[in-house]
Design a protein around this ligand. Structure first.
Ligand SMILES: [Mg+2]
Length: 457
């Protein structure tokens, strides 16, 4: 069987006593393109209505390919950036136009960007794809219609982000999902079967979501309840259902739990030690203490590197697992592009001895005070020819992935910033939850030994 769970840090599932799940995009998957298209439309309407943006933006068509996960929005310059693990810009768009290397250099020099700067905003969940693509369309619209009364790039980004937040918070997006669950939510019986299998092995399960109780109930009633076999109700499957959790604050702050009544949605203060049930709010510290568990006996799965994984890893010692839906296509496509990758490596190997020869020849000229030979020139020509072939192969390879951005996890030979964060903070990662659940709850996930550069020579 091919491994579908990828391991950054060794994890013995037998040592895990309780497993927690984020809901949106982790336990319950979305038809992402449909959901993001609806968000895009709703936010455009809100910008026109409440922020008085010109009506013309109502004609924007949603382009799902315009952004991928892990990109960075530069609000000030109106750019979307793909960044390497070191923070170097490796691809960029201004509005909906691709910036070439020369334009990138003009805009950013060769400095590394500091992602802690508030002018940058990461596209770090599937829910932010529509934000990124709408921002790029607004930038394009402003650039090509100077007479339009649009604010500066940074203000547009802030307006847009506040309307996206508003649409998520005030229930307008959720209202649309509620009306057409089939369109937006994926039913996955394998997940429910897997969860019941884990329970048979004595694993305790809990749900920890930022969604409110009513929306959580809606999705669980739709995507989990119909497939239950061993238990009657989803509230029996999950020992704790924690809603409106305010992650990442849940992991480092001290917020009291409120108890939620399943039938009436009424809330009361939680007194004393936590008992199985449905809650709102709360914090990891109280949860870990009341369950009398060590942090490393708890495994938590989420899809949001910042909200679910990063702060959790930094502030608690729970184990972490990340669901990266985007990997589904990437793993398949990596296999398809393997022959192209081999060609690229072959060409690189052809180039190397020529480069060495150039270095040696010029060094000799300098050291022995010789006059310039024509040999160097002809060697440089050879390199140019090989580079041209490599360029063609790289584009051919990239065309198999996102047409604008290529792969999510790589920028050329380097890891992308997103991949680097995943590697640092997620103990294991996978495309979808059922990939983990189809494995035995007794699995020992062993991290591969990854050679360092000095070990490969
Ligand atoms: Mg989520």
């Amino acid at each position: 069987m091919t491994e579908k769970v990828y391991v950054n840090r060794t994890l013995n599932l037998r040592k895990i006593r309780i497993i927690g799940f984020d809901m949106d995009h982790t336990l319950v998957r979305y038809h992402s393109e449909a959901f993001e298209e609806t968000t895009h439309r709703l936010v455009v309407e809100r910008l026109i209505r409440s922020k008085k943006y010109p009506e013309i933006i109502g004609s924007f068509a949603f382009d799902y390919n315009l952004a991928i996960r892990g990109l960075v929005i530069d609000k000030r310059k109106g750019n979307l950036l793909k960044v390497s693990r070191h923070g170097a810009i490796r691809a960029a768009m201004h509005g909906t136009k691709v910036m070439d290397f020369h334009d990138q250099k003009l805009a950013y020099g060769s400095t590394y960007i500091d992602l802690r700067d508030s002018r940058y905003s990461a596209v770090d969940t599937a829910f932010s794809l529509s934000t990124a693509s709408l921002f790029m369309q607004l930038v394009e619209c402003k650039d090509s219609n100077s007479s339009l009364a649009l604010p500066d790039y940074e203000q547009m980004a802030n307006d847009l982000m506040s309307e996206v937040d508003g649409a998520h918070r005030d229930g307008s997006l959720k209202g649309l999902v509620r009306k057409d669950l089939d369109k937006y939510i994926i039913k996955d019986p394998d997940v429910v079967e897997g969860l019941e299998k884990y329970r048979k092995h004595g694993k305790r399960l809990f749900l920890l979501t930022n969604s409110d109780f009513n929306y959580t109930k809606l999705l669980l009633d739709y995507a989990i309840q119909p497939f239950l076999k061993d238990v009657k109700h989803w509230s029996d499957l999950f020992e704790f259902v924690i809603t409106a959790a305010q992650k990442p604050r849940f992991f480092f702050d001290s917020i009291p739990f409120l108890k939620v009544d399943l039938a009436t949605a009424e809330m009361t203060n939680q007194e004393g030690v936590l008992v199985p049930g449905i809650y709102q709010g709360g914090c990891a510290q109280d949860f870990t203490r009341d369950l009398q568990l060590d942090g490393d006996e708890i495994l938590y799965l989420g899809d949001h590197i910042y909200g679910d994984i990063l702060r959790l890893k930094k502030d608690c010692n729970w184990r972490t697992a990340m669901v990266i839906e985007d990997l589904e296509c990437e793993v398949e496509k990596n296999k398809i592009v393997e022959p192209i990758q081999k060609d690229i490596e072959k060409l690189m190997n052809e180039k190397h001895p020529i480069e060495v020869k150039i270095v040696d020849t010029i060094s000799e000229q300098i050291e022995k005070k010789l006059s310039k030979s024509s040999e160097v020139e002809s060697l440089q020509k050879q390199i140019e020819q090989i580079d041209e072939k490599i360029g063609i192969k790289i584009r051919e390879r990239q065309n198999h992935f996102n047409p604008y951005w290529g792969e999510v996890m790589r920028t050329g030979n380097e890891e992308s910033y997103f991949a680097h964060q995943t590697e640092r903070f997620a103990c294991i990662y996978m495309t979808k939850l059922s990939d983990l659940l189809e494995m035995s709850p007794r699995t020992y996930f062993r991290a591969p030994r990854i050679p360092m550069p000095h070990e490969m020579s």
